[in-house]
Design a protein around this ligand. Structure first.
Ligand SMILES: [Zn+2]
Length: 456
């Protein structure tokens, strides 16, 4: 790595805008996505102390001449200026591409694509494209007409790809932006600091690292790391970005979870539809401290039970606590006249649909979240969330529980949580998958976390 490389500034170019929507697919316009990811990127470069500008910061039309002028006027016609032109592809395909100018080397494009791949998006290729009528020139104006600057076009994925990949793009735009920022930082030698609470899906090789050491650190094996990253030798280079293996391994009927960096009992419980206390019970844990690489047993059933089987040592009070209900509620639901329980007795779990206050819902912060993205998801303002939670700053931590003020949410809506599916939700509310799909105009069965469903 070359740490004396200068960076005068970064120009972020949200592709298209205004009357030019760009590509369209999956109920999304390219121009909206490029603006979303660009504005996030802009804020983050600012946060890192890198001079940065946007060619547009709202939904306005920008013809090629104006766009190029904005780029050249930002920090001058200078090879130390990086231009990141954000786009989505269309026309059939899966994955990301990076296109770089004929005047530049492939170093930056390669890094950006690798970094995007490490965050979980499929990668296709990084390449240059020539104008057919004059092959000494770039095909795209953003390369051809931008002087000495170093421009890259980043195509994060295909807007007309499967619903699942487009959902991935939407849910992970911050993660993808971080991937690009991290690659630029590595290329230009400035210090990349992830935002508070951001857990990367990748590992950047540091001085002194070995495959063996990294495998140990991540709770995996050298072989697995090599396979995942298509490594043919054990050689690593500083700054190289490695994918981290999937965390789940299947062991017969039991699910085993291998603790990785950034995990907490709380986040693992949430992700696996269980509770911290259940995890602690199953694994006989006496504290909340986890170590990377530690294996945890997960409750085998992914279906959320609506009964509880009394175990040795249980009391009504203890069970009520465990299930987030009260003794009287438990007794009511099960027509119990005394507090005496017998081992193996099956109790119905009181319906918890009314657990949520009608004016707020709770939301657990997950990796990649920001106050801005959460507010946007629930159609409320950042300030409203801050006020409701007495927050004095915008920093969030993973697993943090936020109350989201809402007026639009009533008992007849449901906010999709990790692990939910239409079938489970239909069952919970005594309705059918078809009815849910009809009410919510759903064409497929895919849900996204935080999505609000109308129940009746
Ligand atoms: Zn485009």
């Amino acid at each position: 790595m070359n740490y004396d490389r200068k960076l005068t500034g970064v120009v972020i170019d949200p592709g298209h805008g205004g009357s030019d929507s760009g590509a369209v697919g999956n109920d999304m316009l390219e121009k909206d996505y490029t603006l979303l990811i660009s504005k996030y990127m802009y804020d983050r470069f600012k946060e890192l102390g890198i001079p940065v500008t946007l060619t547009r910061d709202s939904d306005v039309s920008l013809d090629p001449t104006n766009r190029v002028n904005k780029i050249l006027n930002a920090y001058g016609n200078n090879s130390d200026v990086i231009v990141i032109s954000n786009h989505l592809n269309a026309g059939g395909g899966t994955g990301a591409e990076v296109i770089y100018a004929l005047r530049n080397t492939d170093t930056l494009a390669k890094k950006v694509l690798e970094s995007i791949g490490a965050e979980g998006q499929t990668t296709r290729k990084y390449y240059q494209r020539r104008l057919p009528s004059d092959t000494s020139k770039d095909y795209y104006f953003i390369h051809r007409n931008t002087g000495k600057t170093e421009p890259i076009i980043v195509e994060y994925g295909f807007i007309d790809d499967s619903n699942a990949n487009v959902e991935f793009l939407k849910e992970n735009y911050q993660r993808l932006a971080e991937a690009v920022i991290r690659a630029v930082a590595d290329y230009k030698g400035f210090n990349y600091i992830p935002p508070e609470g951001f857990v990367s899906n990748s590992y950047t090789v540091q001085k002194g690292d070995t495959l063996y050491g990294i495998a140990n650190k991540l709770g995996t094996t050298v072989d697995e790391l090599k396979k995942l990253n298509n490594l043919t030798s054990n050689n690593l280079s500083i700054g190289q970005i490695l994918k981290i293996p999937e965390k789940y391994v299947q062991d017969g009927e039991k699910n085993i979870y291998v603790v990785k960096k950034g995990d907490s009992l709380y986040s693992i419980a949430r992700e696996n539809n269980t509770t911290v206390s259940e995890l602690k019970t199953i694994n006989k844990l006496t504290s909340d401290v986890l170590t990377i690489g530690q294996t945890l047993l997960l409750p085998s059933a992914t279906v959320i039970a609506d009964t509880y089987t009394v175990q040795k040592g249980d009391t009504l009070y203890g069970i009520a606590n465990k299930l987030g209900t009260t003794v009287s509620e438990l007794k009511n639901t099960n027509n119990l006249t005394s507090d005496t329980l017998s081992i193996g007795q099956v109790l119905k779990i009181p319906n918890s649909n009314n657990e949520q206050n009608s004016n707020t819902i709770t939301y657990t912060v997950k990796s990649g979240d920001s106050l801005y993205s959460i507010a946007k998801n629930y159609d409320v303002t950042v300030d409203a969330i801050k006020k409701e939670n007495n927050l004095t700053s915008n920093l969030l931590s993973i697993g943090q529980i936020l109350k989201i003020p809402t007026t639009s949410i009533t008992e007849t809506t449901y906010v999709v949580k990790s692990g939910d599916n239409l079938y489970g939700i239909a069952r919970k509310f005594n309705t059918t998958v078809d009815e849910l799909k009809r009410l919510n105009n759903l064409t497929g069965n895919l849900l996204s976390i935080g999505q609000i469903l109308i129940i009746e």
